[in-house]
Structures are given as structure tokens and as C-alpha cells.
Design a protein around this ligand. Sequence first.
Ligand code: CUO
Length: 670
Amino acid sequence: KEPIFKEKGDEGVIFEVPKSFVAERFNDVAFEVQNRFGDNTSPRVSVAQGGRMPNYDQFTKGLDRDAPFSLWVPRHSKIAGKLVELFMSQRSVDDLLSVAAYLRDRINPQLFNYALSVATLHRKDTKGIDIPTFVETFPDKFMDPRVIQQAREDATIVPQGSRRPIVIPTDYTASNLDPEHRLWYFREDVGINLHHWHWHLVYPFDGQRELVDKDRRGEIFYYMHQQVMARYNAERLSNNMAAVDRWTDFRGPIREGYFPKLDTLVANRSWPARPDGTTPSSLVRNADDLRLDIGELERARDRLLQAVNNGFANTSRNQRVPLDEVNGINILGNMVESSILSPNREFYGNLHNSMHNVVAYAHDPDHRHLENFGVIGDSTTAMRDPFFYRVHATIDDLFQAHKTRLTPYTAQQLTFPGITITGFQAQQTQGRANVLNTFWQQSDINMSRGLDFVPRGDVFARFTHLQHVPFTMTISVTNNSNAMRQGMVRIFMAPRNGFNGRPMAFNEQRLMMMETDKFIAQLRPGQNTINRRSTESAVTIPYEQTFRNLDINRPAVGSQREAEYNICGCGWPNHMLIPKGLPNGMLFDLFVMISNYEEDQVNQDLVGQCTDAAPYCGIRDRQYPDRKAMGYPFDRVARSGVNNLNNFLTPNMGTREISIVFNNRVTQRT
Ligand code: CUO
């Protein structure tokens, strides 16, 4: 095994350790770390004396400094695993900082960012430290390159204080000739892409076992992506489009093309496009150590389906692992992705990651054009590609094949004795009850950290994104017992009518149920009224956390405000809490259930933990804070005799019709 450290003077160490070293672009992290751990608030990082600096060859071989980096490329993920291990093994924050400062300008910047972020998220002594939001460090992964160009000009010519935000054109990746383009606002949303990047940082599938083996990680892989599909399908209905079509023919042409119009700042290259009708083929890319036959995808899919139908998986020693009610979905999640927790990776393969790779290289499967992977090959950009959703529709189908086999919840299991929901409504500060409004909004993001030139200072990009008017849910509950009870309030919504324009049957609608909130409520004996604001939603992170550089005059780093807003990172953006709806209103079924918290509770200490967005992201170093299956009560098919949502209800549930009205106007955040 290669030593991670070499003593100064050892062969291969070709540098002088400087007395002190300031890596300009590392300042932000350094600032925050020092802010928290010491009284020295200077952004300087001292590289430890004594010369125990890493031999960085192992992080550069096979991954050039200016190459694009993706975890789904096996070689990259191996290199990243080693670097994470190096960062994790540092004995103190000071040691971590000096090693990081030393490596910062010597290795691939995206690799560096990934590994340092993972280590910061997982080390005990860096708990609570913010990692800079990715859109600020790598703005080129999120926006039209013309914006970067203009930022470069602004930074050079326009003095600070006179700069105006650079407006990112909407609608810039395609025209209306492409029907898929109607969903640009979802696929290219900064908050959604940041959420996805962050989620995959929290849940690595490879590397040290202690980093991978998190509570129910396979299940949360299934659930978070299932919810993305439910939400995407609701957006498709809001645009009069058909449902996402699963990817079933791995050898046929891919109908949907995508031209990302993103440049990589690092290598000054464009992200490859995929023309409509590109036919994927087996990959032989020696430069990436990547050989992958289409047949492997087919075999993995068939074997996984076989395991689901058998109700068990086989280990390499031919032992049976039951895919049961309690652990089945978690095990299956690890098999499908696949993670190192898969009971038999050799046999069940690496279906999800390989699907991403085959599509990502469909334009240059044997590297003859020396092109790199497309956007679907990188978790930061993957959700921009319309085909991402076809890949994940296929993945979700496997999970649903398993869920369909489970015994439906009985009415008795679903009931919370003594608790009855007598009514509820959703109300904006103005307007009719149960009518919600959506519209376009423009918000600014400071790109200055990610710009690679001086002078820089603050440069803002102005995004247009979907937004909704905040609303409050008011729920009336009767507690007929004569004791105080604790309830877990579970709120979902789904379109009323399906893709054929007719009201959906339960088993169709359950797959479209979007979780919008989940919280604990105290229920006194007798009548109770629960009020809950949409801005408090447990599945989302606040708007200010996505767009946290709101004020052009605000200092860019280290301020109180930043500390307040960027505690967790992972989380669905609040501005995408509800779908767009239609100009004349689109009907949704809003659903509320109160279950018995005593049965759902996980006993653990959450003091000081970031619990934002837990339903899709979990809680760091803790168990998933709900004993029920993720997506409960919609994760299984209905008991017999139930064919629509109304028949499904027990007294502790309620449903009502609401309408989402889309207003085609742009407002600026005031
Ligand atoms: Cu998140 Cu396919 O898992 O992208």
C-alpha cells in the first residue's frame, strides 16, 4: 500500500514547505473554521511545519488538474476515496487545514472540493461548519457561460458598488420546438441541482465503510429519488405533458437530446451535448478505466427483478438475504445504486451508476473524439438532462415492484384511536382559501468565490425561478381520549387527475404523492387547532439558504447571516415546494394524516443537530427520525376494497381539493 505521507526529503517530495501559505480561494473555509475554533480570525492558513505533507501523486495520477471529475467514473471515485480518507485521518482541524491548503492548488479542484466537503460533513471536530455552497465555488456548473464572461468583464472594468446583477436569460438551453424544454425551470433550477449535489455528498456509495454505512441509506436513495419523480410528473401535468416514460430498451436510440450550454471554467471546454436519437453503446474508454457492456445493464436489471420476485437476494456465498417488510427496501436500494453495502455487488451489478455512465458517454463511447461525460454523468448537473428522469423512472419501477409485493396497511394499522381530523385548509394571507398561487421570481447569487480571475469582488448573477405565495395550513383535530397525545402530522399532495385527464385510482395517485411537510403536534383532550406555515416545511430548506447572498452590499463571507442560513445544505428548495399548476387553476388533492408519535418516535438526542429537510436528507450522525417506512402511508398499495383516496381515509386522515393557479409574471425579490 502506498504511504499517504512522505517525510520531507523523501524521494518524490519535490516541494519546499512554505513558512505560511495562503491559498487565495481557500480563504472562505479557513475563515469559517478559524472563526469557530480559535480567536484568530485572520483568513491565513499556516501549513504545519515539520514537513509531513502528503504525497499527492496518488491524487493526480489518472485525473488531470483540468479534467472534469465525476464520482460515477470508478477511477475518480477511487481517487476521491483516498483523498477523503486522508482528510478524515488528520488528527486535528489545524492538520486538516494545512493538508488541505497544501493540496488545494496542486490537485483537481472539483476532486478537492468534493473530498474536503465530505470530510467536513463527516468529521466530529468540523461538525456544524458550513461548506461553501457549490454554486458559489463552481458557478460554471449552474449557468449560461455568457454570464461568466460578463462577470469577468464586470470584475475588471466596473468598480464595486456600481455593479449590477447579471441577468441569466431564462429559456436559454432550447426553444419551444423541443417539448421537453417546457420543464427548463425544474431541470435547470439552481436550488434543485444544489440539493441533488448535496444529497450525494451526504450519501457516498463507495469508500470507507463508516462514511457509507448510514441509517437506512439504501431506503433514502429510493425515497428521495422517488419523490423527485413524483414532483417531476406533477410538473409535467402542469405543462400538459405525458408521464415520464421508463427507459426499457437499453440498446435503442435515446429520443431526448440535450444541449447543456454550460462551459467548464476549469478546462475552458463545453460540456458535451447529446443529439436527439443518439444510440447508446458499450463503453470502452481505457483512459477512464471504464469498460461497460450494455448487456451488463440488462443482466443487472433482470437479476434485481428476480431477487424482488423471489423476495430474497443471494450473497456471494449463496446465503439468502430476505427482502422483507422491514429491511427489504433498504437492502434493495443498496443493490440497485449500487453501494458497497450491496449483499452481492458482483452478481447484482451496479445498475443505477452504470445507467448514468452509459448515457453520459453515449456521444463518445470509445473516446475516439476525446470527449468527456455529459451532464448526466455528474451529480451536480445530472438533473438538467431530460433523460435523467427516464433513468430514474426505471430505477423507481424496480423499487415499486418490491413495494407492490408487501401486505397493504390495514385500516387498523393506519388508525390513531381517539384522534379525528375534522377539517383543514390552506390559506394565503390574501385570497380564497385552498387556492395557491405560483409565479416567476428573480433572485441573486454571488458568484465571486468561483471566479478564477482578479480583481473580482462581489459579482451577482440573477436567476429566474418558480415561486409560490406562502400559505398557512390550519388543521382542526379532536382528541377524544382524556389524555394529552402526541401526533406526527404528515402532509402530502398529488394532482387530482392523471395523465388521461381522469381522477386517479389510489394505486396510481399514491405514486404521485409529494410529501410537503411532516412535524410533531401536541394534542390536548378535546378540540385542537394546528397552524403551520409553508415556510416551515420539513422537507425544504429556506429560500435564504439557497439564495443566501441576497444583499449586494452584504459582506461575502463569514457574516452572522451566513452562519444562520447555511447550517445544513441538503434539502429541497422551498421555492419548489409546490408544482407550477395551470393558468386557470389545476386541481390537487391535499392530504393530512396524524399518526401516533409514540409508535413513530426514534429516541435520540437532536439538540444542536440540523434537522431541516430530514424527510429527504436524514439527520447527520443520527437515525432517520421516523420509524415508519419512508413515504408512509403511500409507500404500499391500498388494502382490498380501496380504489380511491377517499376510501383510503381513516378518521385520523383527511383530504380536500385545492387549486394551484400559475400567474405568468416575473417579480423581483423585495
Ligand atoms: Cu441522484 Cu441518479 O442518483 O442521480
